[in-house]
Design a binder for this molecule. Structure first.
Ligand code: GLU
Length: 305
């Protein structure tokens, strides 16, 4: 397997130069576009890796499935579902423009910013510090890595420049879909996106989702089978932004990407995969990361379709 990974990484290396670094969060533009790494953790506990799999980057949107898991564990499906929907577009078949309709939970998806900001309000904790620590602790547990922590510079960079997220949060507040102070909720969201991980961590977190709630460390159950099912299904339809349809056709497994350049892929019952290459396409997905997953899926028959 390691040989295959080395070979595919070399075959896809030229694609690392085809993307652009995210720059709307200034700190992200400091990434090295040449970094490229992959880590796979199989259901039997065996692993394979190649390239810069130990290189750290911020988790960004890949925190969204973990945030969703925590909101589900804290509140159950019905309460989460009443605030944040599950549909890829949330629009009726004949919709012209959703912005002139009132905002309903069904219009909000947990894998895009508005839904994730609403989820931040649902995490339990006495204050926002405790809520963040609970999210960080779940991330560490799933990744089996107690050293995972926040990247302070990215956090401050996001907080300074995140005015679009502020607009989304105030919109939610105006519809009563967040009840706490907007800046507190946003602070949790910015911190959550700034958690620093590597490809190995993502493979381990993906492993827990592929393994229906049991982590690699001692196969301990952390969340229920039903929640794994819920999160994986949403990732399949909307994990790769508005590139999710192409990804479903060309790769065919639940996955989540982030603008930091990471991709976490889940092959149900088989493996968790973590990839890092920070050059993004115009949808915000890692260009070389997707190419690598396409080839890996072909070589190992990973598609669930
Ligand atoms: N922190 C980023 C933002 O809110 C996350 C975006 C992403 O990875 O999709 O803009």
């Amino acid at each position: 397997m390691e040989e295959l990974l080395e070979q595919l990484l070399e075959e896809c290396r030229s694609y690392t130069q085809n993307g652009h670094l995210a720059s709307y969060i200034p700190e992200l533009a400091k990434a090295d576009p040449n970094d490229f790494g992959v880590y796979i953790l199989n259901s039997d506990g065996k692993h394979a890796c190649a390239g810069d799999f130990g290189k750290c980057f911020t988790i960004q949107s890949i925190i969204k499935p973990i945030l969703l898991l925590l909101a589900l564990m804290d509140n159950g499906v019905d309460a989460v579902r009443s605030r944040v929907g599950v549909e890829a577009t949330g629009k009726p078949f004949d919709a012209i423009n959703v912005t002139d309709q009132s905002l309903l939970s069904d219009h909000i998806n947990p894998m895009v910013n508005m839904g994730a900001i609403a989820l931040c309000n649902l995490v339990k904790g006495n204050d926002y510090n405790e809520k963040f620590n609970r999210l960080l602790s779940l991330t560490r547990t799933l990744a089996c890595n107690p050293k995972i922590d926040i990247n302070e510079s990215v956090y401050h960079s996001e907080k300074q420049t995140g005015n679009k997220n502020r607009a989304l949060a105030y919109m939610l507040k105006s519809y009563g879909m967040i009840t706490d102070e907007v800046e507190d909720v946003l602070d949790l969201y910015f911190k959550a996106c700034s958690i620093s991980v590597n490809s190995k961590d993502l493979a381990y977190i993906g492993f827990a989702l592929s393994n229906r709630g049991k982590i690699a460390d001692g196969y301990k159950r952390i969340f229920s089978y039903d929640y794994a099912h819920y999160v994986n299904a949403i990732l399949m339809t909307c994990g790769m932004y508005d590139g999710s349809g192409d990804f479903a056709i060309n790769v065919g497994v639940p996955a989540k990407s982030g603008v930091g350049g990471g991709i976490m892929a889940i092959v149900p019952t088989r493996m968790g995969i973590g990839i890092y290459s920070p050059g993004l396409d115009d949808k915000g997905n890692s260009v070389a990361g997707i190419k690598l997953l396409e080839r890996l899926s072909n070589a190992l028959f990973l598609s669930i379709f």
